[in-house]
Write a protein that binds this ligand. Structure first.
Ligand SMILES: [Zn+2]
Length: 339
């Protein structure tokens, strides 16, 4: 695979049974959104690093790393990405009250996986960025992730109300001193995931993380009701929310934020076999659909063992130059277009 031309926008999605990562190219800059490690490689390497290396792109070209929410299928390997991409700013959802989170997990070896996030946030705060701005930025609606000559990446969520409510709920959980409750809340807060809009001037893309349809003030209803998002340009390339689940599907998302007949990309999620056949057929009703890997399933073998399908990694790359009428989409590994 050849690196994109300077003026060529690229949005590449990686995924397997569990795990999701997006790599975006905008006018010479690279942004990595969430992290996924390739299971078959030892030591495990973030897929974004392997891909950039294949393209001949040095890691210091990565301007930003985003953690959309705290599910391990979206952040595994983010510490390695942060250390290797030495010019990158780290960004994560503001809704999970990072300061309290940092205090709680500081020097904590009990949960090395979740503890990785506050540790890397602490390191990011110390990273000197050009102009003296901090190496960490919390994301909520309206925050710019990246701006350059070719366009702009902006957070459409979480809303101010979601940030406040989530902080209150997290603080209340902290008072119960039941770490399990806190861990669970951090891990399950899909309703406060960061949705990103990539505005490339004459076309755009919508990268929806795992945002779900939830009560008012959270999730898709909060995003759609947010005045700051009222003029968002409809996208014709969409990373489908939450592995294609029905619970993440909001009718107004399709009419307000997405054009007719868009290109859709989705990653499967192993533990719940997403996307299901019904999800795939619902999505196909909206546009063309590419899946990063087949939906996984578990079965019981003749000895009574529960066996799962192999976690293979696939790549879906969408590229487009200014003036081009449509995205050019190619696939590699286990990725395929759903016919
Ligand atoms: Zn996920």
């Amino acid at each position: 695979m050849k690196a994109p031309d300077h003026d060529e926008v690229e949005i590449t999605l990686f995924g397997r049974g569990v795990g999701e990562c997006l790599v975006v190219h905008l006018d010479g800059d690279w942004i990595v959104i969430d992290s996924h490690q390739v299971a078959s490689q030892k030591p495990r390497q973030p897929v974004a690093l392997r891909y950039l290396d294949e393209l001949g792109v040095t890691p210091h070209k990565v301007a930003a790393l985003v953690v959309t929410h705290f599910h391990s299928d979206h952040y595994r390997g983010i510490d390695r990405l942060f250390d290797t991409c030495s010019s990158a700013r780290l960004m994560a959802t503001e809704a999970l009250q990072t300061e309290t989170f940092e205090q709680l997990y500081a020097d904590d070896q009990a949960d090395p996986l979740l503890g990785m996030i506050p540790n890397v946030i602490r390191r990011a705060r110390k990273r000197a960025m050009p102009g003296g701005s901090p190496g960490f930025r919390a994301l909520k609606v309206g925050t710019s992730v990246h701006v350059n000559g070719a366009g702009k990446i902006t957070a459409l969520s979480p809303s101010e109300a979601a940030v406040q409510e989530s902080c209150v709920a997290l603080a209340a959980s902290l008072r119960t001193t039941d770490r399990y409750v806190v861990d669970k809340q951090l891990r399950d807060d899909n309703r406060c995931a960061v949705v990103l809009h990539v505005d490339c001037k004459d076309f755009s893309a919508l990268l929806t993380a795992d945002l779900v349809h939830d009560s008012a003030g959270f999730g898709w209803s909060a995003l759609l009701g947010e005045p700051l998002n009222a003029l968002t340009q409809a996208a014709d390339l969409v990373k489908v929310p939450h592995h294609g689940s029905k619970g993440a599907d909001h009718p107004e998302m399709w009419t307000r934020l997405i054009t007719d007949d868009p290109c859709l990309t989705v990653t499967p999620y192993w533990p719940s076999s997403l996307p299901t056949a019904a999800d795939v057929s619902r999505l196909r009703g909206h546009g063309r659909l590419w899946q990063a890997a087949p939906s996984s399933h578990a079965y019981v073998d003749e000895f009574g063992n529960v066996v799962s399908t192999a976690p293979t990694t696939g790549r879906i790359t969408a590229r487009r130059k200014p003036g081009e009428a449509a995205w050019r989409i190619t696939t590699d590994g286990s990725a395929f277009e759903v016919m």
